[in-house]
Design a protein around this ligand. Structure first.
Ligand SMILES: Cc1ncc(COP(=O)(O)O)c(C=O)c1O
Length: 381
């Protein structure tokens, strides 16, 4: 059987990782500023992470949600404390799309409504509801067409108000920093406006923290920078540092009911062990502070470089927009300088999504290489 080819590959086989470095099958090492698409939060193959998962695997790897799983309670308590959402409750699943799917469904159960406001340039996943609030018709199959979604421009307060006036709104879903859309930061005032509109109209505020959450922006949720509290936060990616796990954090006024949500794999023993290891390392190594400080330094330095149209982002979620297609630039970084970076929907953008433990030395190495490349207008390899 062949693979169902949906992914354009870069030709590398990555076989090993440690911290911010990965190795290919012929022994070349690469600086990883992409983190396998914002997934590697604490660094590749962190010893504590390996030990925690191994220890769990030696006891039991899986049992269903029909039994008590202590790791879930431990995870909810720790996540509540570190994210400062102590009075929220946690529902666990296995991916970002599934988290958003459950967030939207829960908002609809809670309000009895169905109209969703989402934003232009957004990405929320590929399952049916999540993709219907994603602003990309190319990945929506005819069956995903949803007449109950209004897309408004990020920062377009007028359009947001109008959407609230025209519909009985169930929920608004927003990435604090748009990722796939090219690193666009929602302003604090826009998030505050959205909160007050949700309050005035009885709609649910869903904060998609799948990519911009879990410490990446230097605060636990990028939405936290605005001082706004959402009703539901979705998480995945960095939560398991590669182990497939996701979840939603649900505000106390949204009540659970047996059978309302469910999944086979969500919150299994291994997923909990992986997620707990991630939070333990985030805390022990002070990674939110590292993301804030190293990220700010990178952004400040990159803004000084000539030949860049714009540098956007917060913490270690950074977008560098060039005047032209950045594919050749990214390819030269990868093939010649052995540095992984990410792309975005728009080809002119280069995305940096490294581990939250990225060292100053590794950040400096990238800056040095990048500066030199811009000076010589990156020679193709
Ligand atoms: C903001 C955001 N939400 C949701 C998702 C979907 O996550 P997953 O691919 O785990 O389903 C992504 C994935 O890139 C994302 O960036």
């Amino acid at each position: 059987m062949n693979l169902f080819e949906v992914y354009p590959l870069n030709g590398l086989e990555i076989v090993k990782g440690s911290g911010s470095v990965v190795w290919d099958s012929v022994g070349n090492s690469y600086l990883d500023l992409y983190g396998g698409h914002a997934v590697i939060s604490i660094g590749h193959s962190h010893p504590h992470y390996i030990a925690r998962i191994t220890e769990q695997l030696n006891k039991i790897g899986f049992y269903s949600n029909s039994v008590i799983i202590k790791g879930q309670e431990e995870l909810a308590a720790k996540l509540g404390r570190i994210s400062r959402k102590d009075n929220f409750s946690l529902f666990l699943c296995s991916s970002g799309a599934e988290a958003n799917e459950n967030a939207l469904k829960l908002a609809s159960f809670h309000t009895g409504r169905r109209h969703i406001i989402a934003f232009k340039n957004s990405f929320h996943g590929r399952t049916s509801l999540a993709v219907s609030v994603t602003d990309n018709p190319a990945i929506q199959a005819p069956i995903n067409e949803n007449p109950h979604v209004t897309f408004v421009g990020l920062e377009d307060t007028g359009a947001l108000e109008e959407a609230f006036m025209s519909h009985e709104v169930c929920a608004v879903i927003i990435e604090g920093i748009q990722g796939v859309g090219g690193i666009h930061v929602a302003s604090d005032s826009f998030l505050q406006k959205m909160r007050s509109l949700c309050d005035a109209h009885g709609a649910v505020f869903i904060a998609d923290g799948v990519q911009c959450g879990y410490g990446r922006s230097g605060k636990f949720f990028s939405h936290d920078h605005s001082g706004v509290l959402a009703d539901i936060y979705s998480v995945a990616k960095g939560m398991g540092n590669g182990f497939p796990v996701g979840g939603i954090l649900v505000a106390p006024h949204i009540k659970p009911k047996y059978g309302l949500l469910g999944t086979t794999f969500g919150g299994n023993h291994l997923a909990c062990a992986a997620s707990l290891a991630v939070l333990e390392v985030i805390e022990q190594e002070n990674l939110l502070v590292n993301a804030a400080v190293t990220g700010e330094w990178l952004i400040t330095e990159l803004k000084k470089f000539p030949g860049i149209k714009e540098v956007r982002g917060r913490g270690l979620m950074i977008g560098v927009e060039m005047d032209e297609d950045a594919s050749a630039l990214r390819n030269t970084l990868l093939k010649k300088h052995r540095i992984f970076t990410g792309g975005a929907n728009k080809k002119s953008i280069l995305r940096l999504l490294p581990s939250l433990a990225l060292s100053r030395k590794d950040a400096a190495l990238f800056l040095e290489v990048f500066k030199e490349m811009l000076a010589t207008r990156y020679v193709h390899q």
